[in-house]
Design a protein around this ligand. Structure first.
Ligand SMILES: [Zn+2]
Length: 206
């Protein structure tokens, strides 16, 4: 889901706002799963035994931060698509959402629209290094929190900084807007100064 949170639920209200599931514990405490997005994609599965290989995780790719550089290179070569979409596809790599894909590509100095099969070896090296370091950095940050909080509170170089100067080069952080997500990038650091436009979107703007 998008905008999903698990947090302590001291009130245990009958009709909690955004509430999708509640876990009650023997000591009377509870945790609540809430979904802030309008997609209504939340789901809870009860599985017996080892969850790997069972629904709903059976179709997931490997955890992003456990992938080796060569695993990533193989996955990139399996289909020729934009690297931003590749990173967010949970069937190929699990655990990277909208914020992380923007941050990883900025850190790797790669265009979000670069095609996966065309990436030269040194770009794959940088992408892999950025994927591991950005995820570790964000996990470290999350572990300082008592409550998972809002996406907007998370530190970012481009994701929440559209229209602001890039921390690296001072150019303005730009974006390409889609219905469900936004591609945020620095033209100077990532696209050789070129402004990205989506063909499908540009047609409507003409
Ligand atoms: Zn920059």
């Amino acid at each position: 889901m998008q905008g999903g949170r698990v947090r302590p639920d001291p009130k245990q209200a009958k009709k909690p706002r955004g509430g999708m599931a509640r876990w009650g514990f023997a000591d009377g405490g509870a945790l609540m799963l809430t979904e802030a997005g309008t997609g209504r994609k939340a789901g809870v599965w009860l599985v017996e035994g080892e969850p790997d290989g069972q629904e709903p995780v059976d179709h997931l790719g490997p955890d992003a931060h456990t992938m080796s550089r060569d695993d990533l290179a193989t996955a990139l070569g399996s289909e020729n698509i934009r690297v931003h979409g590749f990173l967010r596809d949970q069937r190929r790599i699990a655990g990277i959402g909208r914020l992380l894909s923007n941050e990883i590509l900025w850190t790797a100095k790669l265009s979000p629209f670069a095609m996966t099969r065309k990436l030269p070896d040194d770009d794959i090296d940088r992408l892999h290094g950025a994927m591991i370091s950005v995820i570790e950095h964000h996990i470290d940050f999350e572990r300082t929190l008592d409550d998972i909080g809002k996406s907007a509170d998370r530190p970012s170089a481009v994701h929440h900084r559209i229209g602001f100067p890039c921390q690296e080069c001072d150019a303005e952080v730009r974006s390409v807007e889609y219905r469900r997500y936004t591609v945020a990038y620095c033209p100077t650091c990532q696209t050789g100064g070129k402004e990205l436009a989506d063909n499908t979107t540009s047609k409507f703007l003409k």
